[in-house]
Design a binder for this molecule. Sequence first.
Ligand code: NZQ
Ligand code: ZN
Length: 387
Amino acid sequence: MQNFDYQTPTRLIFGEGVISNLPDVMKPIGRKILLTYGGGSIKKIGLYDKVKELLTDFDIYELSDIQPNPKYDPSVLDGVRICKENNIDVILAVGGGSVLDCSKAIAAGALYEGDTWDLISGKAFAKAALPIVDVLTLAATGSEYDCGGVISRTETNDKIGYMDSHLFPVCSILDPTYTFTVSKKQTAAGCADAMNHVMEQYFTEDTTLLNDGFCEAELKSLMYNTIAALLDPNDYRARAELMLCCTYGCNGILALGNSPSGWPCHGIEHALSAYYDITHGEGLAIITPRWMKHILNDKTLPRFVKYGVNVFNIDDTLDEYEIAQRAIDETYNFFESIGIPMHLRDVGIDESRIDEMAHHIAVNEGLENAYAPLTEKDIADIIRASL
Ligand code: NZQ
Ligand code: ZN
C-alpha cells in the first residue's frame, strides 16, 4: 500500500429540497456573487428563478452560455474580467461539469495578475482563488467534489485537465431532482464518464481489497441505476444513487493507497474532444473497451479476471483469458445497451487526424508511464481500432 496525503474540504449538502440552504451557505462567504451557468437548462427547470428568489439580498452578476467542453475564450476570459471589474466575492456555479470547471478556472484567474492560461497549462500555480459554491444539475464528472478542471482552447486543439487544491468547491448542493430532466444521451454519457473514472483507478498495479470493493460496488451501482434512470427519468432513488456515485468517482478517494494508473482513457479522450468537440463520456465509452483489448496481456490479466468475476459475475472456473475477453465484451455491450454510439465515426471522427492526435497525446499526456504503458503507436492503434 502506497503512502498518501489526502484532504477534501468540500461540504456536501444532499437531497431533495436542499437548495433552501443556499442563502445560509452564501452569507458567510460574501455578498457579490458571479452566477455562472450554461445554455439555458437551468432556466427550463426553474432553478435559475429559484436561485434568484433565494438570493434577493445579494448582488448577482451573471456569466451564461458556458458550453460543454468549456472554452477558455470567451467563457473563462469573460468570467475573469467580470470578477476583476466588480470585485466579486464568490462564484456560484449552477449546472453540469462544464459550468463547474469553467467556474474553477475563473476563480483562480480572478486572483491572478497574469494570463489565466498560465494556471491551466501548469506554467504557474495559483496562490489563491475565489471561493466556489455549486448547485449540480448533471451527475457525471465529480467536479463538485474535486479540485480539478478541464478547459479547452480551440485554436491550439488543447483540452487540459489540471488540479489545484484551491479549487475544491466550498460547498456543493446536490439535489437529485434537478437531474430528472437530463437527456438519455447525457445520462448515458455521465454514467460512462463515472464508470471510466472508477476503471482508471481500478486498473493499476498496486491496489487494496478495500479499494477494489469500493470500485466494484461503484461500477455495479452505476450500471444498475443508469438502466433504471433511463427507464424512468424521475426515479429519485436511481438518480440519487447515480449522483452520489459520480460525486465519489473522481476525487481520489477510491484509490487511496493505490499506485497511480496514468488515467490513459482520459488522456486519449481529452484529445478527441479537443479536436472534435465530442461528448466526453461518449468518447470514453468508445475508447475504453478498445483500450482494454489493447492492454490485455499476462501482466494485466489478473485485474481483468477480477473485474470480470466481481463486476459481471463471469464464471471464475473458465480459462482466465476467456474471462478477460468476456469482461471486455460485457463492458462494450453495456455501453451499447444504454444507447451510446460505439464507434468514433458515429460521433464524426474519421481517419484523417489520428496520427496528429496520437502525437499530441503522447507529447502532452505522458502515457508511457501508465499502468500499461502506451507509446504514440499504441495510442494511434487504440484510436484506429475505435473507428
Ligand atoms: O448548457 P446547459 O443548457 O446547462 O445544458 C447542458 C449541456 O448541454 C445539459 N444539462 C446539464 N444539466 C441538465 C442538462 N440538461 C437538462 N437537464 C439538466 N438538469 O447537459 C449538457 C452537458 O453538460 P456538461 O456540463 O458539459 O456535462 P458534464 O457534466 O458531463 O461535463 C463534461 C465536462 O467535464 C469535464 C469533461 O471533459 C467535459 O468538459 N470533466 C471534468 C472533470 C473534473 N472536473 O473533475 C473530470 C471528468 O473526467 C471530465 O473530464
Ligand atoms: Zn471523465
